[in-house]
Design a protein around this ligand. Structure first.
Ligand SMILES: Cc1cc2nc3c(=O)[nH]c(=O)nc-3n(C[C@H](O)[C@H](O)[C@H](O)COP(=O)(O)OP(=O)(O)OC[C@H]3O[C@@H](n4cnc5c(N)ncnc54)[C@H](O)[C@@H]3O)c2cc1C
Length: 285
């Protein structure tokens, strides 16, 4: 139709074909996985890409491999598949909850791990927040070869990387931790959450907190670790009230973002209560 942009859809069956097609398109091509973020482009006043390269038909991107040392999750694994696939991995309980309780059933059946990690302007990404607590690394493929980098480094550069880059998946080292994930949705199931708290804790001898990783999502523009709280709770008993009090003392470092679900001050205000809820859950595992 005259005046209407046509979008091409390519469905390669291997990583090398996908990367080759993406490289040919350069800035005029983009990956599509579940499409749950892309489909809302008009609501965000964004344009669709001229060409999309779908990853649905690439088998290696849809696997979850659990070994004694690592859990490897393909970029094309959906939130629903992830929640089911991690049931035998107790230390990733927090990530399981993040996958299980995000969005709504229809979205969970389509939205992928790769989409969650690659979406630049999505502060409420449940999986990113949970993965930040597990020393995760991402694996990327370009025409120049394969590359691995830490998740935090990837989050810093993902907006500026070349378009012909395919996220293959995420690699999590297995550690003796307990983990949990708490979220505050506002109105009804399926809305983006007001705030997210994830934690993974190594217990020291005597049951106190050894090393803690705590991540906050949806409060600021992107999920991030709360390092001052992690340092403040090391050596303390895993006590919900104690950690709630420390979180109240330190919450001032966050500048909450205003958004349709809630104003910024409210997101910051609810964080300590979510920390308490996360710790209550950690104690059950
Ligand atoms: C109503 C609604 C509510 C939602 N609520 C939540 C929620 O509470 N929590 C939550 O975490 N999520 C939520 N989401 C889902 C969110 O859209 C997804 O979690 C995720 O961000 C998108 O995954 P996708 O596979 O659909 O990505 P797509 O829409 O296919 O792609 C998103 C972006 O990632 C890029 N991309 C995707 N895969 C790759 C790859 N392998 N390599 C390189 N780039 C890639 C695409 O090019 C695009 O830029 C919600 C979605 C909807 C529609």
């Amino acid at each position: 139709m005259q005046g209407q942009q046509k979008t091409g859809l390519f469905q390669p069956e291997s990583v090398s074909d996908a990367v080759a097609v993406l490289s040919d398109f350069g800035p005029h091509g983009s990956v599509v996985a579940g499409g749950t973020w892309i489909m809302r482009a008009p609501l965000r006043h964004e344009c669709f890409a001229q060409n999309y390269v779908a990853i649905a038909r690439i088998p290696e991107l849809h696997r979850i491999d659990v070994t004694d040392t690592h859990v490897k999750i393909g970029a094309g694994v959906t939130h629903g598949q992830l929640a089911r696939g991690l049931l035998g991995v107790p230390e990733l309980y927090g990530l399981t909850v993040a996958a299980r309780d995000s969005a709504n059933p229809a979205v969970r059946n389509a939205a992928t791990v790769g989409g969650n990690l690659c979406t630049v302007d999505f502060p409420a990404a449940d999986l990113v927040t949970a993965l930040l607590c597990h020393d995760a690394e991402v694996e990327l493929e370009t025409v120049r070869g394969r590359q691995r980098m830490g998740l935090e480094a990837f989050l810093r550069v993902r907006g500026s990387v070349q378009p012909a880059q395919l996220l293959l998946g995420v690699l999590i080292p297995r550690r003796h931790v307990v983990s949990a994930h708490a979220r505050l949705p506002m109105r009804k199931a399926g809305d983006y959450p007001v705030a997210l708290v994830s934690a993974a804790v190594e217990r020291a001898p005597g049951g106190t907190i050894g090393r803690a990783a705590i991540a906050i999502g949806s409060v600021e523009a992107a999920p991030r670790r709360w390092r001052r709280l992690e340092e403040a709770v090391a050596g303390l008993p895993l006590d919900p009230t104690l950690l709630y009090e420390r979180a109240c003392e330190l919450a001032g470092e966050f500048a909450g973002r205003d958004g349709p679900e809630a104003p910024g001050w409210y997101r910051v205000h609810v964080m300590p209560a979510l920390v308490r809820r996360t710790v209550e859950d950690l104690r059950k595992h």
